[in-house]
Design a protein around this ligand. Structure first.
Ligand SMILES: Cc1ncc(C[n+]2csc(CCOP(=O)(O)OP(=O)(O)O)c2C)c(N)n1
Ligand SMILES: [Mg+2]
Length: 343
């Protein structure tokens, strides 16, 4: 029998969500799931190149955190598993898909591809291919908000930054250095560890002396919490508290979300290392299925309404593929463009 680290069921009576909030979370998770399924299809049809890392199974983390933030005002920083964070942050699906196709209409103008989604318009600080590379970038973004507000007297500079990374990133020095500075300077940042138990083929317990990552925050005097990353309401509630803390100038939070990726590390990974039993345990905790049950059981939505949302998203993604397919590739004469900032 496998022994999984799971948390007590989140008490949904401890929070109140409106129908509108519920449907926003549902729609965002479905968008993430169906977008990634379409990516797999397009990848195997040869429409995109290089490594493509999908987010299936982890949707409750992206939606739960980012939907607790102010879109286009707060900052989001990701990793190479970044498509869904970009979507939750408000980057249009067509721009994410076009980026994956290497097209000039992509959110990084076709120069970035799967691992380098970026959007100045939506305050997406980027996807980063090196493990833990985004952590100092996000910490810097949080520093500039604080500096503008407190040192330059700009009251409006109350932006919060959310920084997403994996369990594998937590044994990298940048993680510890940034936790130290963020606490010391009380930066308005939320570090979100998506602990999906694996770093490619390395099991978290085999690589980590203290596998309960949230506890590492405590060594710095930072608030650190563990949360069921398959329960969007649990994540959302923890994120709302962390956002409020950051916005009030009370400093950072480390949220460790226990989650699981439903596919291999990347689309090039045959996923033969993980036990069938382990996978089945986590598949049975599918965040979208669980939230569908919550919405219907609590009369926040009926099945027909949810199906209508699914269909709307399917259409949106089909249009994104059409847009990406019909978009031009960047011209060879523009090879050197966007390397340096332009006037
Ligand atoms: C600095 C660095 N070392 C090694 C790699 C190779 N690598 C790519 S993904 C990965 C695993 C990271 O796992 P985790 O942080 O748990 O994120 P997940 O893939 O599970 O989302 C590694 C070691 C890298 N990209 N960067
Ligand atoms: Mg991992």
């Amino acid at each position: 029998m496998i022994q999984e680290r799971t948390l007590p069921t989140f008490d949904t009576n401890s929070i109140k969500i409106s129908q509108e909030e519920g449907l926003i979370l549902y729609e965002d998770m479905v968008l993430g799931r169906l977008f990634e399924d379409k990516c797999a299809e397009m990848y195997y049809r040869g429409k995109m190149f290089g490594f493509v890392h999908l987010y299936n199974g982890q949707e409750a983390v992206s939606s739960g955190v980012i939907k607790a933030m102010r879109q286009d005002e707060d900052f989001v920083c990701s990793t190479y598993r970044d498509h869904v964070h970009a979507l939750s942050a408000g980057v249009p699906a067509r721009e994410v898909m076009a980026e994956l196709f290497g097209k000039a209409t992509g959110c990084s103008k076709g120069r970035g591809g799967s691992m380098h989604m970026f959007s100045a318009e939506h305050n997406l600080l980027g996807g980063y291919a090196f493990v833990a590379e985004g952590i100092p970038v996000a910490t810097g973004a949080a520093f500039q908000s604080k500096y503008r507000r407190e040192s330059m007297g700009n009251e409006a500079a109350d932006q919060v930054t959310a920084c997403f990374f994996g369990d594998g990133a937590c044994n990298n020095g940048q993680f510890f250095e940034c936790l130290n500075m963020a606490t010391l300077w009380k930066l308005p940042i939320i570090y979100v560890v998506e602990n999906n138990k694996w770093a490619i083929g390395m099991a978290h317990e085999r690589a980590t002396s203290e596998p309960e990552i949230y506890k590492k925050a405590h060594a710095f005097g930072m608030v650190g919490v563990e949360v069921d990353g398959m329960d969007v309401l649990a994540v959302h509630s923890a994120a709302q508290e962390a956002v409020a803390r950051a916005r009030a100038g009370e400093g950072p939070t480390l949220i460790e979300a226990l989650t699981y990726r439903f596919r291999g590390h990347s689309l090039a990974d045959p996923d033969e290392l993980r036990d069938k039993e382990e996978k089945e345990y986590w598949f049975s905790r599918d965040p979208i299925k669980q939230f569908t049950a919550y919405l219907t059981e609590n009369n926040l939505a009926d099945v027909a309404e949810l199906e209508a949302i699914d269909q709307k998203i399917e259409k949106l993604i089909a249009e994104a593929v059409e847009f990406a397919t019909g978009s031009p590739e960047p011209g060879a004469d523009e090879l050197y463009r966007y390397i340096f900032a332009e006037d």
